[in-house]
Design a protein around this ligand. Structure first.
Ligand code: ZN
Length: 342
């Protein structure tokens, strides 16, 4: 399903059912309540590949997905919260008494001599918009100190800052710059990000989710151990052969540790940022292809050739570096790039 289909699906409901019989205010109410929720739901389903009757497990909670990348999310804007943050700009205009026509009008008609928007109770016969705006105040009051918007140093309203505040306290994900590096291929970034959250559906995780798994052992080696993330990406014999070859090619030994430890190790090296991103890209491709080999074995009963994967990773990395070679950052790592590209 491409994006246009998704948009069509969302908007068809608006066109078909409601359009003809409602006032503007009524239509807006529908957009604010059910459609926004529906859009969020459709986006969630789209992300995890669940369509029509086919349900899929959401690998990561939606609130987490909506967080900025630096906090471990993927920076998708949740429509319901983003909408409140956007509407917040109107309240800010009233609170900071902006010299604009509609604020003057609101002051003349509703607020009158009342100084404080926060204590204002909208009259029963006021417009729907004014009532709605006031009903959202409780969700916005924490953004203010008196009438001053406190989330930006200048006091100017920021939809993004309000939105991030609504998401709540967020632990930092210090390695986000490496996971989302432009050198890495986008589909590989997503798998590495999921692995960093420990959210890939390994047999061990499926069992923990009470989903029946007949054979819990790793299908890529003969070790007869439970398939966990740390086995697949650190200890499994399948990955270690390729890791050794790639380490020799790179001239840097890639750590034989779990996903978290490895990316933290890369982050803490005293290397140039671009070098860290190159090493992460190669290691990330290794994670991606190991996960793919595991899936092909389970779902297609196909064995993936390790030599092929090694050559494929080298080819992809050379192509990505070729695309970025003219950039200033790449020029600082010429020796490494030449080593990999020759
Ligand atoms: Zn194994």
């Amino acid at each position: 399903m491409d994006c246009q289909q998704l948009v069509n699906k969302i908007t068809s409901r608006i066109h078909d059912v409601y359009a003809k019989h409602l006032s503007y205010a009524g239509r807006l109410q529908i957009i604010m309540a059910s459609v926004l929720k529906e859009i969020d739901k459709k986006c969630r389903e789209f992300l995890w590949g669940a369509f029509e009757e086919k349900r899929k497990i959401a690998l990561v909670a939606w609130d987490k997905i909506c967080m900025p990348k630096k906090n471990g999310g993927i920076n998708i804007k949740g429509c319901s919260k983003w909408n409140i943050a956007s509407v917040g700009k109107l309240l800010w205009q009233v609170a900071s008494k902006k010299d604009i026509l509609w604020v003057k009008w609101v002051n003349g008609i509703y607020l009158k001599s009342e100084e404080n928007i926060w204590e204002h109770i909208p009259p029963g016969d006021c417009s729907w918009y004014w009532k709605k705006l006031n009903s959202l105040k409780t969700q916005m009051v924490d953004w203010y100190q008196g009438d001053r918007y406190k989330l930006t140093p200048t006091g100017a309203y920021s939809v993004s800052r309000s939105y991030e505040t609504m998401l709540g306290t967020m632990p930092r994900f210090g390695e986000a710059d490496l996971v989302w590096s432009k050198i890495m291929i986008p589909r590989q970034r997503m798998i590495v990000w999921l692995a960093c959250q420990n959210r890939l559906l390994t047999k061990e995780r499926l069992t923990r989710l009470n989903i029946q798994v007949d054979d819990q052992t790793c299908c890529l080696c003969d070790a007869a151990v439970i398939e966990t993330q740390s086995h697949l990406f650190a200890d499994c014999q399948w990955i270690s052969g390729i890791r050794n070859t790639l380490s020799t090619w790179l001239g840097i030994p890639i750590l034989c540790q779990g996903v978290h430890d490895t990316i933290r190790w890369i982050k803490r090296r005293r290397w140039k940022q671009f070098q860290k991103e190159i090493v992460t890209t190669i290691w990330g491709a290794l994670i991606y292809y190991t996960w793919q080999a595991r899936n092909w074995k389970i779902f297609k009963e196909e064995n993936v050739n390790k030599e092929f994967v090694t050559v494929q990773i080298q080819k992809e990395v050379r192509e990505r570096l070729g695309m970025l070679n003219c950039s200033k950052r790449a020029r600082r790592c010429q020796v490494l790039i030449q080593r990999l590209c020759n």
